[in-house]
Design a protein around this ligand. Structure first.
Ligand code: C5P
Length: 222
């Protein structure tokens, strides 16, 4: 296997995507955001009016779903049944739906090969919840990126506000804690640090400093 891979896992809002995107540009790697895949399934289930927590309603939908990633000028686009849903999956309602469907084993199995095959064919920085533990257990570098829920909620508010979605801080904080709980307590592929992952806590850090620290860490290990 001649391709290289970096796994970045951690809770929502720790800065994974922003940091991974910046560092992948520096390294000339493809940045793969696996949360987007779970979001696409969540979005589809929502559009069908399914209860996203109910496997009996979600699993039968999988055979009607074709999801893939396209990389346009190194930017990942998510294609759901022929439609580019890269924007729609970022709506706040889709976050919880993604977290709900991601606890369903069939959903995880459905997305597994796609993630593996992208990493086999490209040098990647892949972020998610179970990349270092399940998807790429042999990744060259594993990072567990975290920050306090309050710090993450603050950033998420700023991010959503920048896209014109105003949601108050307390609501976001509550949702972040709920997703943390869901993601780390599910039976299958829960969010947890891989034994050989390096922990980076970005609480109180400027984004530039986190990017510098993580790129240095990755370069020293590749
Ligand atoms: O990273 P993001 O917040 O976009 O992910 C949305 C949801 O997808 C997460 O809350 C998590 O439940 C799920 N997810 C997952 N495994 C991954 C990536 C995301 O379960 N590798």
């Amino acid at each position: 296997n001649s391709t290289r891979s970096v796994a970045i896992d951690g809770p929502s809002g720790a800065g994974k995507s922003t940091i991974a995107r910046a560092v992948s540009k520096m390294l000339g790697f493809i940045y793969v955001d696996t949360g987007a895949l779970y979001r696409a399934i969540g979005l589809y289930a929502l559009t069908c009016g399914a209860d996203t927590k109910n496997p009996a309603q979600v699993v039968p939908l999988l055979k009607r779903i074709d999801v893939s990633l396209r990389f346009v000028k190194d930017e990942q686009r998510v294609i759901l049944n022929g439609e580019d849903v890269s924007q729609r999956i970022r709506e706040n309602a889709v976050s919880m739906a993604a977290s709900n469907v991601s606890a369903i084993p069939e959903v995880r199995a459905f997305l597994f090969d796609l993630q593996r095959s992208i990493a086999a064919a490209n040098n990647v920085i892949m972020d998610g919840r179970d990349i270092g533990t399940v998807v790429l257990p042999n990744a060259d570098v594993k990072i567990f990126l975290t920050a306090t829920p309050e710090d993450r909620a603050m950033r998420r508010c700023d991010e959503l506000a920048a896209k014109g979605q105003t949601i108050d801080y307390e609501t976001i904080l509550k949702e972040i804690k709920e997703r943390d709980y869901n993601d780390s307590h599910r039976d299958i592929a829960p969010l947890k640090k891989a034994g050989d992952a390096v922990v980076v806590d970005t609480t109180g850090y400027l984004l530039e400093d986190s990017i510098a620290e993580i790129s240095a860490l990755i370069k020293s290990r590749l």
